[in-house]
Design a protein around this ligand. Structure first.
Ligand code: C5P
Length: 300
């Protein structure tokens, strides 16, 4: 006799952070959002989420100062999923945060993506990737990419994704300065006043990725929000990463994290060791590019 399939009690999700390999601002939408042209990459630095079946909805973020209230992206994602599916259920959600906050690495979007992917599995709801992305787009501009992940040319407000072949092999050394993170709306508001002298060629970067050309990827790397992020350490950190051997260095998203692109893991780790010594207050990470976005890594 076939054994009855027991419902899942718990799932664990890994939701990767992202880096912008390039970011250009190309215009403004009627709703005040900015039209963007970007190349985004998920990296091997993860938010870990554990979701358990429950009648009510509960959210915890142990060890993090991020508030677990109704404005939390993970909470909003759960509410939106339960509404959309009509499930009369809840979940106990624990988010173990690894991705720095206000860094331009989409940690909050990764949390939302992780909840959507996790609840989809926990309750066997079988929403498609495009349904999840449509739900995600209402929660934040980066959530669809946090679900799909990999290497993408991204346009619209961040919600129009064109998957690219995986980016050429490399490692990133990422530095989150201690001086405090950046508020994304404030960075965009400053952009509206100040503009930018930097407009990276995202089409050239896409071509370099398609050709497997790391030098070309690095030559086209740039971020139009860098000058207006308000993160004062960016120029010095970029210069130091280049001195330490990075083939390119730039800010990600609206900041404040800055990263260097290295050809090997050993080179990225050597740079990270030096920077950790020089800046003991900063958070320093090493990570490779990874394929895919938020994914279920464990079931019980
Ligand atoms: O969508 P998300 O919550 O990530 O965006 C945060 C803020 O960043 C928005 O409220 C908006 O002020 C700004 N933003 C923008 N244009 C985008 C994405 C975000 O102006 N494409």
């Amino acid at each position: 006799m076939p054994r009855p399939v027991l419902p899942l009690r718990e799932v664990t999700v890994l939701a990767p952070a992202k880096l912008n390999l390039s970011l250009d601002v190309t215009g403004r939408m009627p709703n005040g959002y900015h039209a963007l042209d970007m190349v985004m990459q998920t990296v091997g630095l993860y938010e870990r989420l554990v979701l358990r079946r429950s009648a009510g909805l509960h959210l915890r973020l142990p060890g993090s100062r991020v508030f677990a209230g109704e404005n939390n992206t993970a909470w909003k994602a759960a509410v939106s999923f339960l509404r959309y599916t009509g499930l009369l259920a809840g979940a106990d959600i624990t988010v173990y945060k690894e991705v720095p906050v206000r860094a331009g690495m989409a940690g909050g979007s990764a949390d939302a993506a992780g909840v959507l992917a996790g609840l989809n599995e926990l309750y066997g709801a079988r929403l498609s990737m495009s349904e999840l992305c449509a739900l995600g787009a209402q929660l934040g501009a980066d959530v669809p990419f946090a679900l799909l992940g990999g290497t993408c040319r991204v346009s619209g407000v961040g919600d129009v994704l064109k998957p690219l072949p995986p980016c050429p092999a490399c490692w990133f050394c990422i530095v989150m300065p201690a001086g405090g993170g950046v508020s994304t709306p404030e960075a965009f508001a400053r952009y509206d006043t100040l503009g930018s002298s930097l407009h990276p060629d995202c089409a050239a970067q896409e071509a370099a990725i398609r050709a497997g050309d790391l030098a070309g990827l690095c030559a086209a790397a740039g971020n139009a929000l860098e000058e207006c992020s308000g993160a004062s350490e960016t120029p010095a950190l970029k210069a130091r990463l280049r001195q330490l051997g990075a083939a390119a260095s730039l800010m990600t998203g609206s900041g404040a994290a800055v990263y260097g692109v290295f050809e090997t893991e050993a080179a990225a780790r050597a740079a990270a060791e030096t920077l950790s010594r020089e800046k003991p207050e900063a958070q320093v990470f090493c990570a490779p590019p990874v394929r895919g976005g938020a994914r279920v890594a464990g079931r019980r």
